[in-house]
Ligand binder design. Structure first.
Ligand SMILES: *Cc1c(COP(=O)(O)O)cnc(C)c1O
Length: 362
């Protein structure tokens, strides 16, 4: 239907920067004179070893990850971290605190209950996850082994606008849908994890950034592949890592560097989100679904007052080259995911399309 690339607002897997795809295309059949594709390379080869070490080094420098923290490239998606986190971290006290601000944090909490006593430290479930609890409302247990939260709620379109302060209790954060969208003070965290397919690379690699102090305390009977210590000891090469995804992640990190790093990326993301929310706030047809202070800069959720009109909008948008705007089934309405790779022109074009649709239906 389309000969050109379209604006893809998918929540994940989502757009990758065009220059990254072109670079991968150029190197697809013969990477760096090796005579083979990265997909065909031994993960123990020197060619792949330099890809791997480069990706790691770029991630460390871009995110300013201190030497107190290890970087792991794992598989199993962010969802596997819902189990790995409690298996490895709940040990000492057998207790953990969870903030429930959306579907994924609720799933993480549900899974963790298999491994210890988990307490809801805060929840926005009663208001359909449209807000983020403030610091004062967090019910913190100073004996908890960790505090888990999800920084950006992909489905509901909300994002924490502060880092929860938990004293000496390690912070564990699911950053699957906003990692690399802004600078983060990694030293404040015990553990950060993120599936790649929102803001980093194709699905298949999961990045874990973990404080060295938290490694080596897994519960007895933890499967070897689910023990962070296994992966720290073998530098994520205990078994075959997701080589292709790690290579693409390396290209994405270099693209971010060429833009000026994470502060520059944040400024662009702020502008993209601001123009879309400004339009929504002015619109007589569309309105945003998340509370203002909690609005995500990555996933913008909105709707009209009429479900049939929502469906018509999604359909007409798709045939005009704006794909994947249908909201998640738990929320309905629309969702425009505007991750790092979505250019500001894409957001401007969407707003123009929405304004025209509004004119025709108001
Ligand atoms: C997509 C997503 C997940 C699930 O990731 P998988 O890699 O599919 O397991 C978890 N948390 C958040 C915040 C997400 O956006």
């Amino acid at each position: 239907m389309f000969n050109e690339r379209i604006y893809n607002f998918s929540a994940g897997p989502s757009m990758l920067p065009l220059s990254v795809l072109k670079q991968a295309q150029k190197e697809l059949l013969n990477y760096g004179g090796s005579g083979m594709s990265v997909m065909e390379m031994s993960h123990r080869s020197s060619s792949f070893d330099s890809i791997f070490q480069n990706t790691k080094a770029h991630l460390r420098s871009l995110m300013k990850i201190p030497n107190t923290h290890e970087i792991l490239f794992l598989q199993g998606g962010a969802t596997t971290q819902f189990s790995m986190v409690p298996l490895n971290l709940i040990g000492p006290s057998g207790k953990a605190d969870y903030a429930l601000t959306g579907n994924f944090s609720a799933k993480a909490y549900e899974e963790a209950q298999k491994f210890g006593i988990c307490t809801v430290a805060a929840s926005s479930a009663a208001e359909h996850y449209t807000f983020i609890p403030n610091q004062a409302s967090l019910q913190l247990d100073s004996n908890a082994s960790y505090f888990h939260y999800c920084d950006n709620n992909t489905i509901y379109g909300t994002e924490w606008n502060y880092v929860p302060q938990t004293g000496s209790v390690p912070l564990v954060c699911d950053m699957s849908s906003n990692i690399l969208s802004k600078p983060v003070d990694v030293g404040q965290y015990g553990l950060i994890y993120a599936g790649a397919q929102k803001n980093m690379a194709p699905a298949g690699v999961t990045v874990v950034i973990i404080s060295k102090e938290l490694v080596g305390h897994a519960l007895k009977n933890t499967p070897i592949m689910l023990d962070y210590a296994t992966h720290v000891k073998s530098d994520s090469m205990y078994n075959t890592p997701p080589c292709w995804c790690i290579y693409i992640l390396g290209l994405v990190l270099q693209w971010l560097e060429s833009l000026g790093g994470l502060s520059a990326m944040e400024a662009i993301n702020r502008e993209k989100a601001a123009i879309l929310y400004d339009y929504l706030d002015e619109s007589k047809l569309f309105h945003g679904t998340a509370q203002k202070e909690a609005r995500s800069k990555m996933n913008v959720t909105f709707r009209t007052a009429d479900q049939a009109l929502d469906a018509q909008f999604v359909k007409e948008a798709a045939s005009s080259g704006f794909s994947n705007l249908k909201g998640h089934r738990l929320v309905g309405g629309m969702r425009a995911s505007i991750y790092n790779a979505m250019p500001i022109q894409g957001v401007r074009a969407l707003i123009e399309f929405m304004a025209k649709f509004e004119k025709d239906h108001i």
